[in-house]
Design a protein around this ligand. Sequence first.
Ligand code: EPU
Length: 425
Amino acid sequence: MTMDKFLVPAVAKPLDGEVEIAGAKNAVLAIMPAALLADGISEISNVPHLKDMKTMSDVLRIIGCRIDGENHKLRIDTRGANHLEAPYELVKTMRASFYVLGPLVARFGRCRVSLPGGCAWGPRPIDLHLKGLEALGAKINITHGYVEATCEGRLKGGTFHFPISSVGATVNLLLAATLAEGESILQNAAIEPEIDNLVDYLISMGAKIQGRGTRTLIIQGVESLTPGKGETIADRIEAGTFLCGAVITRGRVKVTHMVPEHIMSVLNVFKEIGCDVAIGDSWVEVDARNKSLKPISVTTLPYPGFPTDLQAPLMATLASIEGNSLIQDTIYHDRFTHIAELKRLGADIQLNGNTATIIGGKSLEGADVMASDLRASAALVLSGLIAEGETTISRIYHLDRGYEDFEAKMAKLGATVSRIRPELA
Ligand code: EPU
């Protein structure tokens, strides 16, 4: 873990320019474990260079896979996979490591995966992953902080109804159901674009899945799958973050190599605020220059609603707009650790339950602040861009988990965000 900090020197010019969006971290995190379902070398392209990809590679290496890659391509060779365990040291640093549970029990009939433990913004249960796997015939035993999953022969196709929409539990069950005996039906499955990306990848491996893009996924289990090949979709959260940058600095940003349809809820928010939004086939431009922007109310929801992952960047943005805005997070009720840090910069935000009232338009002053999670880090950088004087953001290892070449992309848009390495400080 590096202790790098970011220094945002003074008020930035309005952002102006174009950035290319990288592959979606959360899609790759679901696709990499899919490789475990087959014997051989699977390939994934458009993979971002991020800490989380390295952590998932480490998890797969412990299992016995060989992983290499260059130019945003990854090759995962599963021929040596025989150590059916994901240890606490890795799972605790990245919850998505838990995704190996489904494919390992489906293909090998047993595995042992550490419970993820807590998260900076409150409890994040995994009960649906476990109940869902039990519905497919897995026996689950929790002992010494580990989940042990076993099955006699193959998993058995079954029906599971998700009481709430869960991206992670949908991933785990989908992975497991591909190799189960007979038909599985996942009702009220998540429909985030990253799930569609995984479905396409699994289909490239020979999986039989119907209902892509809908809340009912029907999987005809097959006896074996072949190695996969596929391309990662663009990161809609990275795109949304840079577009927030356009709004907060009253500039203009074009994001390219992305899928506009994936961020429609976000673009609607920008339009409601009063920005111009232009949409192309693989790009979006948000123009906030010389606009008088209005406060709004936003509620985070499962896709296609406004994503919880953009709640913090949007909050920073709304704090720059005169008037009272509201943000309610219905996905994670405690994901608000960034509020205290935004307040240190001078923002006026009150939290009541899972709803934040942002009394916008206060001028911000640079300060030392601390990132508490990935998206909170981005929010702090955005606020730093409009704060008078220097802002220093510590613990940016959080940001490095999810934004590739962040400083370089900011520089392309005309902003200075410098990385300070402790040994150079
Ligand atoms: N939930 C349960 N039980 C479960 C699983 C989830 O109650 O077994 C609840 C959660 O507590 C939450 C809701 O269901 O209230 C939705 O959680 P979900 O399972 O969809 O979240 P996740 O799969 O753990 C993924 C992303 C998150 C993103 C959320 C919501 C990955 C690796 N992570 O998490 O992304 O915030 O979906 O969209 O895909 C990030 O990238 O920074 C990040 C945290």
